[in-house]
Design a protein around this ligand. Structure first.
Ligand code: FMN
Length: 358
């Protein structure tokens, strides 16, 4: 298969209904879910020519690591529902393609097993803050010990969003799987479904001081995932976090929030290079990556395309998804007159209204 859309189409055909719906769906009427994809079409690339693009370099430096290109794997829960190898397959794909893999707190493979499966991969750990702070702190220590390079604190999920398909299907993790980062009471959903699990375990009371608390207990950079406004971005800069990820959680939390790509411009203007901005949501081709970078992201991430690659072909499916994006992004650089990432600047991408005003 030679596009991310083909992987998606095939995966949606072969996955069992309730798992397919869990992976695919968004919140509410899925307006933001559609916008995440559609809004890339509101932007136009302004290519420049006659600039010798024989040699192109997509590498970057992020927290001391050097991914081969600016797109990594977003944290997605319970990957062993998509394929028996789950997170092990994804992290090995990330290792082979030399890009960042972010492990979800609610993964079906533990921090330690992921580290052992791909010792050379660039690994970050996504954290939810549990009501039990000792448990939360122990996750941080385990990620540090396992050589994870950053913590990604998801701030947009005090509860999970209204996902009607999951309610209809009474979605719960299959019995043979566990949430591998936990023992005993928090390792299974006890048949009660994911929303009840989250309501019971996650701390709905977290505030900015809890981010400071997290920063005080670790030397790892802390990235806030789920920022959608310039106001929260300013707050994040002021308390000195390691970075932010502009993301609407794959449109799974609150419907009618802006698409991630729509939110990016106001945030990068506010942040003005004080801290790195990461990006995910709806990205499906090389030109999407280019648009996100031109609007201020340092690096992009993909969520569902990795799950769909896994569902279709396991590790090699994920590798192929990454390879496709790499080829498409390289071609976009070549055809827009760019030799390296620092040349992708703001005036290379405009909102389509730019042309209406001429
Ligand atoms: C099935 C699924 C599970 C997810 N699980 C998590 C998670 O455990 N933690 C988290 O921070 N984000 C989670 N996300 C959100 C992703 O990290 C990411 O923000 C989103 O998938 C990006 O959009 P995309 O799927 O269009 O690429 C999940 C998304 C999906 C689709």
């Amino acid at each position: 298969m030679n596009s991310l859309d083909l992987y998606e189409r095939r995966a949606l055909e072969i996955l069992p209904e309730s798992i397919r719906d869990y992976y695919r769906s968004g919140a509410g009427n899925e307006n933001s879910l559609s916008w995440n994809r559609e809004d890339f079409n509101n932007f136009r690339i302004r290519p420049r020519f006659l600039k010798d693009v024989t040699e192109r370099d997509m590498r970057l430096n992020v927290f001391g690591s050097n991914p081969s290109f600016p797109c990594g794997i977003s944290p997605t829960a319970m990957q062993r529902m998509a394929h028996p190898d789950g997170e092990v397959a994804s992290v090995r794909a990330a290792q082979n393609e030399n890009t960042v893999f972010i492990l979800s707190t609610i993964a079906t493979t533990s921090i330690e097993d992921v580290a052992a499966a791909a010792p050379k991969a660039i690994k970050w750990f996504q954290l939810y803050i549990y009501k039990d702070r000792k448990l939360t702190e122990s996750l941080v220590r385990r990620a540090e010990l396992a050589d994870f390079k950053a913590l990604v604190l998801t701030v947009d999920a005090p509860l999970f969003g209204l996902r009607r398909a999951d309610l209809r299907n009474k979605f719960s993790m299959p019995q043979h799987l566990t949430l591998a980062n936990f023992h005993h009471q928090v390792s299974s959903m006890g048949g009660s479904g994911i929303n009840e699990y989250v309501a019971k375990q996650f701390d709905q009371g977290i505030v900015w001081d809890d981010v400071k608390w997290l920063m005080s207990i670790t030397k790892l950079p802390v990235i806030l995932k789920g920022i959608l406004t310039k106001e929260d971005a300013r707050h994040a800069c002021n308390i000195g976090v390691g970075g932010i990820m502009v993301s609407n959680h794959g449109a799974r939390q609150l419907d009618n929030v802006p698409s991630s790509i729509e939110a990016l411009a106001e945030i990068s203007k506010e942040v003005n290079d004080e801290i790195p901005i990461f990006f995910d949501g709806g990205l499906r081709q090389g030109t999407d990556m280019f648009i996100a970078l031109a609007l201020g992201a340092k690096m992009c991430f993909i969520g569902r395309p990795v799950i769909y690659g896994l569902a279709c072909e396991g590790q090699s499916g994920v590798e192929n998804v990454i390879k496709i994006l790499k080829r498409e992004f390289d071609l976009t650089m070549c055809l827009s007159g760019v030799k390296n990432l620092s040349e992708i600047c703001g005036d290379m991408v405009v909102h389509k209204n730019y042309y209406a005003r001429l």
